[in-house]
Design a protein around this ligand. Structure first.
Ligand code: F6R
Length: 341
């Protein structure tokens, strides 16, 4: 891997505070269509784009507002109808599952907003006259996590479906800017522990479930390693029984536990007991605590830490964190298949 590729990914991570500010402006500038009697919000997308939706869902869930669901498939859930606010989220604008969900949402008469950097979905939104949240293009979708989340929060506020998240966004920007140097050094120190291990990332609070999944995806896509994510306390009721088999994993599992101030003390107690019980299986465990005050800032602190660790692991492994050739090939193979028929 050249220094250039690795630095590009780091540069994109370091650009997140600025991205969050631009993302809020995109949400403020988008034309709005109001509709009465909205009953639910659904955000449809895949991969890095769906991650933005998950961040929005998680932050809104902290305050028990409208039910928000994130949907990752070709078909939409039955609950999508005329009273649904449907965000179609695809950074490239060309993801077939999201395009299919778009077409289904349009048929069902949902109130549609499209968030993309271009592609087919930008064209479709323009043709259909749906509000378009156009974000800057040219980035790997997973690095556009600010662009794919914050404009949704801004639009939801403008539709009076949630409070104004501007103070939280500003806090998040400041926190990341201030702490990036420290987090990067920490990531570089932790990375060697994760090499040649099966990585398991556990969240210990519902705020951090999406962060644990983000860690998994970033370790997959940036570091090109297999990784599993799970939730505590839930996994202490089932997965705990699986450690030990297959036997070749003995002492090969490295566990990273994401902890927040909202993590229940009994969940942390449970983790301590669980660790004793599976001591023979785990090669080690590392705890990563959130920083910041608002849920948005705390969540992003964990997301950025995972992003930095995935880059540090990529560095150690000598792989390019940007390229995702297998995902590209899969998309190309599927595109060829739809043309045949
Ligand atoms: C690439 C990435 C992928 C894509 C996914 C969907 O960086 O993270 O998971 O996000 O393949 O593509 P988009 O986001 O363009 O709809």
């Amino acid at each position: 891997m050249s220094k250039m590729e690795e630095n590009n990914m780091l540069k994109l991570i370091y650009g997140l505070p600025e991205q969050l500010g631009q993302a809020a402006a995109i949400g403020r500038g988008c034309p709005i269509i109001f509709k009465k009697e909205l009953e639910n919000v659904v955000i449809a997308g895949m991969g890095g784009s769906a991650m933005g939706g998950d961040i929005v869902r998680t932050v809104l869930n902290e305050e028990a507002l409208l039910p928000v669901a994130v949907w990752r498939d070709y078909q939409l859930p039955a609950a999508v109808g005329k009273k649904t606010l449907l965000f179609l989220s695809s950074y490239s604008g060309n993801t077939e599952e999201t395009i299919s969900a778009y077409e289904e949402g349009r048929r069902r008469g949902a109130l549609i907003f499209v968030i993309t950097s271009g592609g087919k979905m930008a064209e479709m939104a323009k043709t259909d006259g749906f509000p378009l949240l156009l974000v800057p293009d040219g980035m790997p979708p997973r690095t556009a996590v600010g662009y794919m989340s914050v404009p949704l929060l801004t639009v939801l506020y403008r539709l009076r479906l949630c409070r104004d998240y501007t103070p939280d966004i500003i806090e998040t920007q400041r926190l990341i800017k201030q702490r990036l140097g420290v987090w990067r050094r920490r990531a570089t120190a932790i990375a060697p522990l994760l090499l040649n291990r099966l990585l398991v990332i556990y969240s210990t609070a519902r705020l951090l479930d999406v962060a644990a999944y983000r860690w998994q995806c970033q370790l997959n896509e940036n570091a090109k390693v297999f990784c599993h994510s799970g939730m505590l306390p839930e996994q202490s009721h089932n997965e705990i029984m699986g450690f030990g088999a297959p036997q070749f994993l003995e002492r090969k599992i490295y566990t990273v536990v994401l902890v927040d101030k909202s993590s229940h003390p009994r969940t942390l107690q449970r983790l301590r007991e669980m660790r004793k019980l599976v001591a023979g299986s785990w090669a080690g465990m590392h705890i990563v605590k959130t920083e910041g005050v608002s849920p948005l800032a705390r969540l992003f602190s964990s997301v950025v830490m995972g992003d930095l660790i995935s880059v540090a692991v990529a560095e150690k492994r000598g792989v390019d964190p940007i390229g995702i050739p297998r995902i590209d090939k899969l998309k190309q193979a599927l595109a060829r298949r739809s043309k045949v028929k």
